[in-house]
Design a protein around this ligand. Structure first.
Ligand code: GAP
Length: 456
């Protein structure tokens, strides 16, 4: 077995990724004209395309390819008792310390032990406060008054919307155990530390799937979902030596978990959690039974109407964190010339074509002589099936570079020969190879290329 990488040695840095993301319209700081809002980010034209495609790909992988998994879109605002039952009101806390001198706020578990023991600030050496518990849920009020009667939380995980609907879905869709319910949606956490760009934010999106199984089969299903989620990243063309498993120790396990593994990715700032696979036992449904007074047992009609509270295996990935991971993973700098200037190098995002924000860019060699019109015409044809872009500004080499930086896997160039013989040039992002192909077979050729795509 290959030895595990200890540190990131690729060309990306978080500064380069943040700057590229802004420059190319992937991600902007929220409310930038007012100085920015900590913990919140806006997804620009390329960012939303990338995010939508990651979500669509996950949805296909988790729902379309599984007969026994269905989707849900539950509300962000849930009855406040939900969060008492789930244990979040009591347990969803981070340990917090403040520096009395420089006023910086730290997560106590993220500063060196010696600072904690001596109560000295790692930034300025000032005195730290005692550690106290800080609940990460955002609170707000529903209705016209701001008293406790209207207290409501922004959901800190999408999972609970699934648990409270589990009986509805069994009834409406005649689900039989084992089965799953999947959901993609926003979640909110009042994170004490939000650094490393979009890695840890206060507003983010999750892609979660809850798999309901018979007690006693949970360990087997837990291992099965670990295998499936690992295979998913392989299929997405992620560098597999940048992924590893991390099992939660007793002090890391969430209040609901019997066993939990993170898939960690080697980001430029080091190994960090990307997704969690959790054995949540029957904790959540048992608690919702107690708090709601509703019978949430499953009735096994195929087995003498046996009744039990199912165990739940959860796969929980961050959508926005996956987006960051995919940009870091795709980021490359390559020497492509020898003229001694900036054009010798290209920055390229080697996204899998299934998630690339733009699949095909149409580039007429010239604006004149009907080439622009011909390129637009071909683009209009391809639009039905692919995300396309059109660029007629500047030298063709520069336009290829712009598309490389946006991660566009295919460029199609229209030139004078195209007018004569109906062929175009197809240029591949990764190899920069160019081939002449008939316009008529272009869509099919690209479909085949996407299917056969393998990251080099
Ligand atoms: N339902 C289980 C759950 O929420 P979690 O480990 O707290 O488990 C799951 O979160 C995933 O959600 C993480 O692996 C991460 O990808 C993403 N995530 C969690 N907190 C986040 C934050 N503050 N910003 C961005 N993504 C976050």
């Amino acid at each position: 077995m290959a030895e595990e990488l200890t540190e990131y040695s690729g060309p990306a840095t978080m500064e380069k990724i943040t700057s590229l993301a802004k420059r190319r319209g992937f991600v902007f700081q929220s409310s930038e004209i007012y100085g920015g809002q900590n913990g919140a980010w806006d997804y620009g034209p390329l960012g939303i395309e990338l995010k939508n495609r990651i979500a669509a790909n996950w949805w296909k992988e988790m729902i379309q390819l599984h007969d026994e998994i269905v989707g849900l879109d539950a509300a962000i605002l849930m009855h406040p008792r939900t969060w008492e039952a789930s244990g979040h009101v009591e347990n969803f806390t981070d340990p917090l310390v403040d520096c009395k001198k420089c006023k910086t706020r730290f997560r106590a578990d993220m500063i060196p032990d010696e600072n904690l023991a001596s109560k000295t600030c790692p930034e300025c050496g000032g005195e730290l406060t005692d550690t106290r518990k800080f609940n990460l849920m955002f609170r707000t009020h529903i209705g016209p008054t701001e008293d406790n009667a209207g207290l409501i939380y922004l959901r800190p995980e999408t999972a609970q919307g699934i648990y409270v609907n589990y009986k509805n879905i069994i009834q409406s869709n005649r689900m039989k155990i084992p089965f799953g319910i999947a959901q993609i949606g926003k979640a909110f956490r009042n994170e004490i530390v939000t650094k490393n760009f979009i890695f840890r934010t206060c507003e983010f999106e999750q892609m979660e799937m809850q798999y309901f199984v018979k007690p006693g089969t949970d360990v087997e299903w837990f291992n099965e979902w670990k295998k499936r989620r690992w295979a998913y990243y392989e299929k997405l063309g992620v560098k597999m030596d940048h992924l590893r498993w991390h099992q939660h120790g007793p002090d890391e396990l969430a209040h609901y978990a019997k066993d939990a593994y993170d898939i960690q990715y080697l980001f430029p700032m080091g190994w960090r959690e990307l997704e969690g696979v959790h054995n949540r036992t029957n904790y959540d449904l048992t608690r919702h039974t107690e708090f709601s007074g509703k019978d949430l047992q499953y009735i096994d009609q195929d087995n003498n109407n046996d009744r039990y509270i199912p165990f739940i295996i959860e796969t929980s990935a961050g959508l926005t964190r996956t987006l960051l991971m995919l940009i870091c993973d795709a980021y490359d700098e390559e020497k492509v010339g020898d003229k001694g200037d900036a054009d010798d190098w290209r920055t390229v995002l080697r996204f899998h074509p299934l998630v690339a924000p733009v699949t095909i860019a149409m580039l007429p060699l010239m604006k004149k002589d009907g080439l622009a019109e011909l390129a637009q015409d071909i683009r209009n044809e391809l639009k039905e099936d692919f995300a396309t872009d059109y660029d007629q500004a500047g030298a063709i080499g520069r336009r290829y570079r712009r598309q490389d930086e946006a991660g566009t896997p295919f460029c199609v160039t229209v030139d004078y020969q195209s007018k004569d013989d109906g062929t175009v040039t197809l240029r591949y992002r990764d190899s920069m190879e160019q081939v002449r192909v008939p316009r008529a077979g272009l869509a099919e050729k690209i479909r085949q290329e996407i299917k056969a795509y393998k990251r080099k």
